[in-house]
Design a protein around this ligand. Structure first.
Ligand SMILES: [Zn+2]
Length: 279
């Protein structure tokens, strides 16, 4: 499932190739993905100029010249693929295709169809039903230790679950929550309301740094954020705790008290952490 840094990388790849270009052809292969496509989507996209892009949480907004934005969510298995020329045969599970005036082609491929595409007036992006309830953007200036402390006040759920709640902070998924809590030295089991003061002061920069490092990894491993095969957004990145159950923890090398990275299940999701240094 793409997480925020992958979505940011996808957005940068789209911007590098499509910004300023005109859509000369658009087509959909079915009436819906997770939700129905907007009425007349292909006709409304055809002829539009791509003005720019914005990411909000794990959503991509492609802004068009007529004051409309295309809201794209990759869902669980969605992939955006950029090609220079049209393939000579149909692409399996490709539900939306755009072609531009400089000969590029963007396909939205999604076998499981948890992804979605919608249109929204650019001035009303933030009141779209999928974006309206989201908390602050983790890389934004309004996501601060004070803001996070306020959002967690009185909440008795584990901090891990509170951070996965998109109303607390937008766009964080399982991997980056595990990584950020490790970086901040905070136990994923800690009651959310106790993450205030100095702990919130460690956690907010840890979240930002974890995301920024992953985005930088995408930028350094992909040319213009696009893979050689045209796929957008995926890149190799080494996790410090995620998926590393039983491996030595980099924070306590050679420490006999450290039994390595542990895995527990919280809210039906795996959590990876160092029980010795994360308190
Ligand atoms: Zn450790």
């Amino acid at each position: 499932m793409p997480e925020l840094p992958e979505v940011e990388t996808v957005m940068r790849g789209l911007a590098a190739r499509l910004q300023g270009r005109r859509i000369v052809r658009a087509a959909v292969s079915r009436p819906d993905m997770r939700w129905p496509f907007p009425e007349g989507l292909a006709a409304r996209l055809t002829g539009a100029r791509v003005e720019g892009f914005r990411r909000r949480a794990k959503y991509i907004l492609m802004r068009l010249d007529a004051g409309q934005s295309v809201l794209i969510h990759l869902g669980m298995s969605g992939r955006l693929v950029l090609d220079r020329a049209a393939p000579n045969r149909p692409v399996a599970h490709e539900h939306l295709v755009l072609e531009t005036d400089h000969g590029w082609r963007m396909g939205f491929v999604d076998p499981r169809r948890f992804g979605s595409v919608d249109l929204v007036a650019t001035t009303d992006e933030d009141s779209h039903r999928l974006l309206a309830g989201l908390g602050p953007e983790p890389l934004g200036a309004d996501f601060t230790p004070e803001q996070l402390s306020d959002a967690l006040a009185g909440r008795r759920t584990p901090i891990k679950a509170a951070l996965l709640d998109q109303r607390t902070v937008a766009g964080l998924g399982n991997i980056y929550v595990c990584e950020a809590l490790f970086r901040a030295g905070i136990s994923p089991r800690r009651s959310a309301h106790t993450v205030a003061g100095a702990r919130a002061g460690r956690l907010v920069p840890a979240i930002k740094a974890t995301l920024e490092e992953a985005i930088a990894a995408g930028g350094s491993s992909l040319r213009d954020y696009v893979q050689p095969d045209g796929e957008l957004g995926y890149f190799q990145h080494a996790w410090k705790v995620y998926g590393r159950e039983g491996e030595p923890c980099e924070r306590c090398p050679g420490d006999a008290a450290c039994t390595g990275i542990a895995r527990i299940v919280q809210s039906a999701r795996s959590t990876f952490y160092c029980p010795r240094t994360q308190r």
